[in-house]
Every structure is written in structure tokens, then in C-alpha cells.
Write a protein that binds this ligand. Structure first.
Ligand code: BGC
Length: 391
């Protein structure tokens, strides 16, 4: 039976804004509640994980997982420019403590798309002091990291964040319509990442990196398609993977593939199986992303920080995940250093502009009582984690 490496980090991932609820000082909250917004519904209470985090962490541990990737919210820690909320810092310290109490390795993301409303208002990633502000936020968040965190993801999917800032509306954020990235923003995100890593390096033993949305671009069998694939692939993905060289690890977030014709990215063909987000059901995406990250970063250790599908048919989630893990075993076999696998997502969550309909969770919850119900896929992944092997 093929085994995963010893100490492999088996977990599930979430992002603060997508599960906490009432993240009222964040820029997304503003957009969700704007008149005429294209966002289908506001996040509201979400899964109320801000209050129910202990229960969520206990549940993940009980299932058999040994890690939990979650994000801390800049808009809560610094709700107004220069104003530190000690209470919010304490909240996230308690989350780290709860992870330790239940035997989970906490993997903390500093910025998962959302920023404080004041940061967006004052120029967002185009502000000349954006990297200074992100470095300062990292300092404010240090007590959370110092309470026993080993892995920190600085910026979630800078390659998607740069496209969002390229003038697209929120509805396109995760729709992989892939508008042109804003290169000024990409540079600011890279500088912010590096400045943040510098701050984090004060913490002994800390490992930091950024997490990239890998997109398995594949050229159609047509003249001009390969050139187009290279062009899109470079600015949407490769540049970010190359710039992880020298980091402690690199996060890979893989969901599907994208076929590129000479004209650009094509929507998935009519006859392929699609998930609730309209993406092709394509389990090899994780392995393809991991190989790309490993090669282009010059062999930085890789962690799958997100992988999963939105579906109502939980048996497809198991099939998808099994296929993804088979691909990862092949990567390991070929010598890639793979640190762990974080399934997206622990809980059904607020899927940004698409609202709550696309269900990515291993765990469902009741919209009125917030009662949690693990799906069969959660138990299945827990068993895989416990045996550290695909059975
Ligand atoms: C993001 C998550 C999102 C997931 C599914 C990733 O791009 O990091 O926030 O929910 O994809 O769309």
C-alpha cells in the first residue's frame, strides 16, 4: 500500500471571511452589501465559525486529521488604520491554542483575499505604502504566530488577487475567467510577501510561503495554442511560482484544468463532467500543480494548501480526492518534497460572489442552528489521514 511521508500534514482549509460571519470591517462586506452588487448574497453570519471554532477544530481532530489551515482577518486585527484590536489578536491566539489542545498543527494564512475597508479605500494594493502596511499588519499579528505556529501562508493566491485588482468585478474573482493581471499589483503583492516574510523570520523555526492558484493550462491541438498557453501561463501562474524560490515552502491550490486555444482560455467542453462552480471535474489538477510549483520554484518544498470540488454529490468528492491523492503519490515517488494536503474546504462556505450554493465542505451545517454534520467524505479523508495511505 503506497504510504505518504512520515509527518505528512493531513488537514482541511478555510478562510476567515468565508466561514466566520459578520466580518463587517472587511472590504468584501462593503461590496456584498452595496446596492446593485453582482454578488448573489451577502456573507452575513456565514457558518458562525468566529464563535464555533472550537467545535470545528475538535471535529476535524475527531475525524482523524492532524492539521487545520485557517486565515486570520486583517480587518479584525486592524479595523481602522493604525488601530490594533488586542481582543481580535487574542481570539486568533485562542484558535491556535485550540488547535494544539486537539492535536492539530495550525497553518495560518495572513491574508485570504479580504483586506480592511480602509486599506481598499486608501488605494488597495496600488497604494505606494501597501507593502509597508502589510508588513506592519504582520507585526501586529506576530503574537498569534508566536503562540506556536510553524507554517504561515502570507498571501493567498496573489495571482488571483492581481487579476481582481485588474479592474474586474468581484463576480470574476474565482470564476477563472482570467482577466489580465494588474502587473503593478502583482509587484506590490510580491513586495508585501517578502516584507512579511522578513517580519516573520524573527520567530524561531517559522516557515513561511505564499499559496498559488495553479490552473493546469493545457494547449489545444491547434496552431498558435501552445504560444498562447505559454503567454497566459507565465503571467497568471509561472511568475508567482518562480518568485517562491528561496521561500520555506510553496502552497499549491488546484481545482481544475484550463484548455487554451489560440484565442485564449476555453470554457470546459459540453461533454465533460462539471462541478457546481462550472469547472471540469479533473482530479489530476493537484499533481500537475505540485510538479509545476516544485520545478519552477527550484525545488522549494510544496504543500497542497487547497484542493476540492463544489458538489451536492459527496461520493464525487471522495472520487475526486482519491484521484488527486493518487497524483500526489506519483509526485512523491518522483522525488518531490510534499509536506501535506489541506482539503478545501473544512466547512461548506461562502463562495464569494457565488454565495453559499457551491458546497465545497467536508462538513455541512444548518443555516438556522449552525449544527455541524460531517459528510461521508470527511470520514473517508480522516481514515486516509489515520493510515497515512490510500487504501
Ligand atoms: C480560494 C478560495 C475559494 C476556492 C474555491 C480558491 O481560489 O482560495 O477562497 O473558495 O478557491 O473557489
Amino acid at each position: 500500500m503506497p504510504q505518504f511521508p512520515e509527518g505528512f500534514l493531513w488537514g482541511a482549509a478555510t478562510a476567515a471571511h468565508q466561514i466566520e460571519g459578520n466580518n463587517v470591517n472587511s472590504n468584501w462586506w462593503v461590496h456584498e452589501n452595496e446596492p446593485g452588487t453582482t454578488i448573489v448574497e451577502p456573507s452575513g453570519d456565514a457558518a458562525d465559525s468566529y464563535h464555533r471554532y472550537r467545535e470545528d477544530i475538535a471535529l476535524l481532530a475527531e475525524l482523524g486529521l492532524n492539521s487545520y489551515r485557517f486565515s486570520i482577518e486583517w480587518a479584525r486585527i486592524e479595523p481602522e488604520r493604525g488601530m490594533l484590536s488586542r481582543a481580535s489578536v487574542d481570539h486568533y491566539r485562542r484558535m491556535v491554542d485550540a488547535c494544539h489542545e486537539f492535536g492539530l498543527e495550525p497553518i495560518v494564512t495572513l491574508m485570504h483575499f479580504t483586506v480592511p475597508r480602509w486599506f481598499e479605500r486608501e488605494g488597495f494594493w496600488r497604494a505606494s505604502d501597501a507593502a509597508d502596511l502589510f508588513a506592519r499588519y504582520t507585526e501586529l499579528a506576530l503574537p498569534v504566530v508566536e503562540s506556536g505556529v510553524r507554517y504561515v501562508c502570507t498571501i493567498n493566491e496573489p495571482n488571483i488577487a492581481a487579476m481582481l485588482a485588474g479592474g474586474e468585478d468581484a463576480a470574476n474573482l474565482v470564476a477563472y475567467g482570467l482577466p489580465r493581471p494588474d502587473l503593478g499589483v502583482a509587484d506590490a503583492l510580491l513586495e508585501s510577501h517578502r516584507r512579511s516574510r522578513e517580519v516573520l523570520s524573527q520567530v524561531p523555526g517559522i516557515k513561511s510561503g505564499w499559496t498559488i492558484a495553479t490552473q493546469a493550462f493545457e494547449a489545444a491541438d491547434e496552431p498558435g495554442a501552445e504560444e498562447k498557453r505559454r503567454e497566459i501561463g507565465y503571467s497568471a501562474e509561472d511568475w508567482y511560482l518562480e518568485n517562491a524560490a528561496g521561500d520555506d515552502f510553496i502552497g499549491v491550490q488546484a481545482y481544475t484544468r484550463n484548455i487554451v486555444g489560440p484565442e485564449g482560455i476555453r470554457p470546459p467542453a459540453d461533454d465533460v463532467e462539471k462541478t457546481l462552480t462550472g469547472w471540469e471535474f479533473f482530479p489530476p489538477a493537484a499533481g500537475i500543480g505540485v510538479r509545476a510549483a516544485w520545478e519552477l520554484s527550484g525545488h522549494v518544498p510544496v504543500m497542497v494548501t487547497e484542493n476540492g470540488i463544489a458538489t451536492q454529490d459527496d461520493s464525487r468528492r471522495i472520487e475526486y480526492t482519491r484521484g488527486a491523492l493518487e497524483g500526489l503519490l506519483e509526485c512523491i515517488d518522483d522525488g518531490v518534497t510534499l509536506l501535506g494536503y489541506q482539503h478545501w474546504s473544512a466547512l461548506d462556505n461562502y463562495e464569494w460572489a457565488s454565495g453559499f450554493a457551491p458546497t465545497f465542505g467536508l462538513i455541512a451545517w444548518d443555516r438556522e442552528t449552525f449544527a455541524r454534520t460531517p459528510k461521508p467524505s470527511a470520514r473517508w479523508l480522516g481514515e486516509v489521514a489515520k493510515s497515512n495511505a490510500l487504501t
